[in-house]
Design a protein around this ligand. Structure first.
Ligand SMILES: NC(=O)C1=CN([C@@H]2O[C@H](COP(=O)(O)OP(=O)(O)OC[C@H]3O[C@@H](n4cnc5c(N)ncnc54)[C@H](O)[C@@H]3O)[C@@H](O)[C@H]2O)C=CC1
Ligand SMILES: N[C@@H](CC=O)C(=O)O
Length: 344
């Protein structure tokens, strides 16, 4: 059977967008036969503006152009189409799916939330890497209308929401623990190894996992976003960012890390959800865990989640992600899932 075309607009062409372009380019004939889809990038947006090509933009050329520091609007042969996803949609270029992988704006949702809204208003499903739109507009984006995939928003390639939901089908969570900010795990580990905090952050940025403004990671905002999304998706609650009691990792010293290690313990940047009389209590903070805790055994490049339940035991899962590629793979997973959803 001929693979069905899926025409994709990618907004945000950095670590995630660039990795996704390469994964799409690597989607060879064998893989297309397996999943039955022919992924084509027909629009791309970065901070310079938007480009469209109904016949398909070469993902390898665009990824290489961006990696070399180029702007999307300067891609040779590209047709410029304004500056936003709404501008792209107005050109009438057929778009089947939006990938939103631009920067997060936790105040207003910024261009990311506007892009998601424009796509959904046009009947187009969205695969999100950016968390801010979901955190700010959970009910809207998970309510009626085109589907929104957000696998990459909750721990890279770890299918966190799927695993926790499946576990809680027949059980109640008594406590959820999530170490889902890879940058914080990595930075603490490098500091423990003797690097200065500044050098550790620079190394995290070089891998592509850190946010452009590292305070988003180090001050616990990213972990708080992930905890809010996980709680809303799996715990039957409607949490907001302001519900999270948040402490970042900047106060943790090498001495703290070594003292914990010498006592057989480990300092882990942890998001925690605990049921209380008034609903779920959500906390993000560096926590000293006993050495045999599943999240204390993670290495520098791992993230993980642990769900303690009443009758289904203790689920724990981790993922090792040295760069942004696994998160881009999670976006690709959402693209394929959304495109194969009946009714599309
Ligand atoms: N890097 C990672 O490992 C992961 C990142 N994310 C999220 O994915 C998003 C992208 O992350 P990265 O690729 O690491 O960031 P990045 O900083 O490497 O890339 C951001 C891209 O967005 C573009 N951009 C800026 N303003 C824009 C606008 N108004 N419209 C469209 N594009 C615009 C920039 O030109 C750049 O191409 C962020 O929201 C991040 O939180 C999610 C999972 C993992
Ligand atoms: N900055 C984030 C990237 C993924 O969401 C992290 O460090 O985990």
């Amino acid at each position: 059977m001929t693979p069905r075309p899926v025409r994709i607009a990618v907004s945000g062409l950095g670590a995630i967008g660039g990795s996704l372009l390469r994964l799409i380019a690597a989607d060879d004939a064998d893989r297309r036969r397996t999943h039955g889809l022919d992924l084509r990038v027909v629009a791309a947006v970065d901070s310079s503006g938007a480009i469209v090509d109904a016949g398909g933009i070469d993902p390898v050329a665009l990824a290489a152009h961006k990696a070399a520091g180029g702007r999307a609007v300067d891609l040779p042969g590209a047709t410029v189409a304004g500056t936003t996803v709404a501008d792209v949609l107005a050109t009438g270029t057929g778009i089947d799916m939006l990938v939103e992988a631009g920067p997060g704006d936790l105040e207003t949702g910024g261009a990311g939330l506007a892009a998601v809204r424009a796509a959904r208003a046009a009947g187009i499903p969205v695969a999100l890497a950016a968390k801010a739109p979901l955190v700010l507009a959970w009910d809207e984006l998970t309510g009626p209308g085109p589907a929104v995939g957000y696998s990459a928003c909750v721990g890279g390639a770890l299918p966190t929401v799927t695993l926790v939901r499946a576990t809680l089908t027949s059980a109640r969570a008594t406590r959820v623990e999530a170490a889902l900010n890879g940058t914080s795990v990595y930075v603490l580990s490098l500091i423990e190894d003797g690097l200065s905090p500044a050098d550790a952050v620079a190394r995290a940025q070089a891998t592509g996992i850190a946010e452009p403004d590292p305070s988003f990671d180090l001050d616990g905002w990213d972990a708080a976003c992930k905890l809010v999304i996980l709680a809303n998706a799996t715990l039957g609650t409607r949490a907001r960012l302001s519900d999270v009691d948040r402490t970042g990792i900047t106060g943790v010293t090498r001495d703290d890390l070594l003292r914990a290690r010498a006592a057989g313990r480990r300092v882990v940047p942890l998001g925690t959800a605990v049921p209380g009389a008034d609903g779920w209590r959500l906390t993000v903070a560096p926590v000293e865990l006993p050495g045999d805790h599943p999240l204390a055994r993670m290495d520098a490049e791992e993230m993980g989640v642990v769900v303690h339940t009443d009758v289904a035991g203790r689920l724990s899962a981790t993922t090792r992600e040295p760069d942004a590629v696994p998160s881009a793979a999670a976006v690709l997973r959402d693209i394929l899932t959304l495109a194969r959803t009946p009714g599309r």
